[in-house]
Each structure stands twice: as C-alpha cells, then as structure tokens.
Design a protein around this ligand. Structure first.
Ligand SMILES: Cc1cc2nc3c(=O)[nH]c(=O)nc-3n(C[C@H](O)[C@H](O)[C@H](O)COP(=O)(O)OP(=O)(O)OC[C@H]3O[C@@H](n4cnc5c(N)ncnc54)[C@H](O)[C@@H]3O)c2cc1C
Length: 473
C-alpha cells in the first residue's frame, strides 16, 4: 500500500483540500496527521479562545474522517521530528500540506520540505487559504503593495478562482498508528469561560458550510449597507471558519457567483472585496514580517505613547470604561469570542488614541480572546486603526465613540444587548449616559458614572502627541 502523510495545519476541512486531493490523485492512501506544536509559532502561539475552537474543530474533523473510513492521527512535539516518526511508521513515500504564511512557521516549513526531499520523500505544498498568495501580486516596480485599492485593482485584473473540489464520501483506510487523546492537549479552558460560545458557533467544516448557507439566504442581501451595523447579523461571521481553514475562500466566491441574478452584484462584490482585505493582510505580513510586533510606518517608532496604564487597560478589557459602545463591544468579545468589525475599530481607537496605549496591548488581548484571532488580519486591523500601518486611517482621524454609536447603533440596541443595565435608559440617553446622571443613578447605579477618559480632552491630547512626533521627524 502506497501511503502519503497529509499534514493538516490551518486547513481543517476535507472539501477543497489540495493536500488530500494530491494524495488521492497520486493513488496514495492519505494518512491525515495534525501536529500540536504551539511552541513553533514564536511570540504568537495561539491564544486561549483559538485553542478552545481548535479542540472542537479537530474533534469534528476526526469524526468526519472516521465516518469516511479514514482517521486522524494526533501527535504533539516538534513538527520535523513527528513527521519523521510518522513517515517511518507508515512507510510514507510523500508528504503534502497547504501553506501557512506566518513569519515564525514559514522558514520551518521550508526547512522541513528541503530535508524531506533530500531524503527522497516527495514533498509538495499548496495554496489552501487565499484567493491570491502573498507573492502573486506585485506593483509595476515588482514590490509589495502598501495600499489596498491598487492591490485590489490588480487582483481583479488577474482574476481567476480555483474550482471547487468535493472530497469523496469514502476514503481509503490508513494504517493504524498511535494517536494522542485530544483531551490530553489541554486546549479546553479551565474554568470554562467559553461555555457561552457554543450556542452560536459550530467549529468545523459542517458549521462553516451552514454559516455560509445562512449568510447567502440572509445577510448577503443588503450586505454593503448593513455590514457596518452591529445590532443585527449583517455579516457572514465566517472569520473563525476562514482562519482555521474550515472553508476555502474560493468556495465562498463560487457560492456567491452561483447567485447571479438572485442577489445584488453590489452586495456580492462588496463581500468578495472583504475577502480581498484578508488576502491583502497576508500580503503585508508576508512582505513585512516584523509588523506583527513593530510599526509598519517607522515614523511611529518615535510616537509618545502614554505610560502603561494597567487600570485603564483592565477597565477596557472588562467592558467597564463607562463608554457604552466600547463596553458593549468588549463584553460581546468576552461572551462570544467575537466582536463586530465596526465596534473593533471603535474600541481599538479608544485604546490607541484616547488612552494612548500601544496598539500591541490591544492586539495581544484580541489575540487571546477572539475565536477568529489571525496574525495577518489582527495586525492589519490594529495598525490600521492606530494609524501606524499600510493604508491606515491617518492618526489625526480620531474616532468619536459617541458619534459612532449614534450613527451605527441608531436604536441603541447593540448597547442594550451587551450592557443590559443601560437598556432601561431611553434610547437617546444610552450613548453618553454620563450626561444624564439622574437617570444613570436610578436605572444603572453600578455602571461607571463617568467615562474613563474625557473624550474631548483625550482627543486633544492624542493630536498633541501626534504633533510632537511630527515635530521630531
Ligand atoms: C482592531 C481589529 C482587529 C481585527 N482582528 C481580526 C482578527 O484577528 N481576525 C480576523 O479574521 N479579522 C480581524 N479583523 C477584521 C474584521 O473585524 C473581521 O474579519 C470581521 O469582523 C469578521 O466578521 P465576519 O466574518 O462577519 O466579516 P464579513 O464582513 O462577513 O467579511 C468576510 C470575511 O472577510 C474578511 N475580512 C472582513 N473584514 C476584514 C478586514 N478589515 N481585514 C481583514 N479581513 C477582513 C474576514 O475573513 C471575514 O470573515 C480585525 C479588525 C480590527 C479593526
């Protein structure tokens, strides 16, 4: 029996799975393997919410493989060593995987590929995660893009989408190999602060496809207009599924294209453009690998961040800043492992600008608490809001949390949902409750009576800091 190791990483699916497909097309029995090696991810080993998701996603993948007559080998340790052991145990003649793009694991994968090939093992890697891999698009001068619009224009000019591929209902049985018990990896949080997550999320490929179907039948209609409104399900909520590779982005594009006539092109195009932002984030992280930790715009290396303010950061993390839209977002994050994109921008702006805490502080908290925590997207998001990144919002554009809330949570429903003590206030008073001290005292006596930072003064201070940085240029 000819066998091939299918090394699964962040592509926890069977459909549109090029590594699995390669083994089958070569007439080899696939041996699906997942190696738990968080120590190889450098400073960005997955956070607690990611681990909780991973546990369930691997569980689902293992069940799906077993139902098809195959199985999933789970091992923990150094990837190169575990691969060598598994290759020896099953006599594999080939190893296949889909590419990861993070700075810590890219060189590891290149090393492993070189070594295996030197040993006579066929070794191939594939694109399993992106519409365009980071090196596929380049400026006229051959360099990386730093601005999204020309990047996306170039993507559209070269547009092509991989064809969907459906995994066979039955897979060949692999040789029996020893496997760790998933529970022994300690991925599940203790205490179980994630218990509220799972009424909403279903990690794994089936959950991803169900989420896509629900989106296509629901929020896609009107996506362009409603994607900014946090009080409703106006977006696809596919980000954790995309992060873990439970669905391929080109599968989503095909699903939208097949709706020709049934859903407005403006909504479909607006959605595909967001997938473009995701590709762009990977493009940036690949070409500027230091940006997970360092400003892309080096001028900001001189920015006078405020001294670390643990008390303020804790209030921000716990959703107790006294600014309702910010608290609603941070509490949504804590309760569900997710936060609406518009609100991510609002809470990030408060932290980086009004409180002038370094964007890394926020990026780290998101990293630990988001189920969709993704090094490329998170880095892009934080550097964009902080004004330190590519194509960033200019630093001087400081979000006004109250105006943002009034504009995007018009009925104050998002605030009422996540900060229920404010639901008893009339809608008009929910956005800046400190302006209505009597109502606050009566209806929400435990809610902070004043915001953690004066929003007007905080803005002035942020702009002054920016001016100081520019003066030292
Ligand atoms: C400070 C900050 C931090 C962020 N951290 C992350 C993160 O760790 N992981 C993550 O996946 N997204 C992150 N984002 C981007 C965005 O908020 C989420 O991708 C989005 O909210 C996910 O919800 P959705 O799947 O319903 O999005 P939809 O609107 O349905 O978009 C579809 C898909 O496009 C991609 N996408 C959408 N918006 C963006 C964007 N601005 N940048 C890159 N890709 C995007 C996502 O993969 C998303 O699933 C961050 C944004 C900000 C402002």
């Amino acid at each position: 029996m000819k066998t091939a190791v299918v090394w699964l990483r962040r592509d926890l699916r069977l459909d549109d799975q090029p590594a699995l497909r390669a083994a089958l097309e070569a007439g080899q029995v696939p041996v699906p393997l997942y190696i738990h090696a968080p120590h190889e991810e450098g400073a960005w080993a997955p956070g607690a919410a990611s681990d909780a998701w991973l546990q369930r996603s691997l569980q689902a993948l293992g069940e799906d493989l077993r139902a098809r007559g195959s199985g999933l080998v789970l091992r923990r340790g150094d990837s190169a060593q575990v691969l060598a052991e598994v290759i020896a145990e099953c006599g594999a003649e080939a190893v296949y995987w889909t590419r990861k793009y993070e700075p810590a694991t890219q060189p590891r994968d290149a090393r492993i590929k070189r070594t295996l090939r030197e040993q006579g093992i066929a070794c191939e890697s594939f694109n399993g995660a992106l519409l365009f891999e980071p090196w596929e698009l380049a400026t006229q001068q051959g360099g990386p893009y730093k601005v999204f619009t020309p990047y996306w224009r170039s993507a559209l000019a070269q547009w092509r989408v991989a064809a969907p591929w459906q995994a066979p209902a039955q897979l060949p049985a692999p040789p029996k190999l020893g496997s760790d018990a998933l529970a022994s990896w300690g991925l599940q949080p203790s205490p179980r602060w994630d218990s509220g997550f799972w009424s909403h999320w279903q990690p794994g490929e089936v959950g991803a496809h169900e989420m896509l179907a629900a989106f296509v039948e629901g929020a896609l209609q009107g996506y362009r207009e409603q994607r900014d409104l946090p009080d409703r399900i106006g977006t696809s909520q596919l980000s954790p599924h995309l992060h873990f590779g439970e669905i391929a982005p080109w599968r989503i594009v095909h699903a939208l294209q097949s709706l020709e006539g049934a859903a407005p092109a403006t909504d479909r195009d607006a959605y595909v453009r967001q997938l473009g932002w995701r590709d762009f984030a990977y493009h940036l992280l690949h070409h500027f690998p230091r940006t997970a930790d360092h400003n892309l715009d080096a001028r900001f290396d001189r920015f006078p961040w405020a001294a670390s303010d643990e008390e303020a950061v804790r209030a921000w993390q716990q959703g107790r800043t006294g600014i309702p839209i910010v608290d609603a977002g941070m509490r949504e994050l804590w309760a569900t492992g997710y936060m609406h994109n518009r609100v991510r921008m609002i809470v990030a702006s408060l932290l980086c600008k009004h409180l002038r805490q370094h964007w890394r502080v926020g990026a780290r908290w998101f990293w630990d608490t988001l189920v969709d925590a993704d090094l490329a997207n998170n880095t892009l998001g934080w550097q964009w809001v902080a004004g330190t990144g590519a194509d960033a919002a200019p630093y001087f554009r400081v979000f006004n949390s109250v105006a943002q809330a009034r504009r995007f949570d018009v009925q104050g429903r998002y605030i009422a949902r996540w900060v229920p003590e404010l639901a008893r206030l009339p809608v008009a008073q929910r956005f800046a409750p400190w302006e209505h001290p009597e109502a606050l005292k009566t209806h929400a006596p435990d809610y902070p009576p004043q915001p953690i930072v004066d929003l007007v003064q905080g803005r002035v201070d942020a702009l002054a800091a920016y001016a100081r940085m520019r003066a030292t240029a």
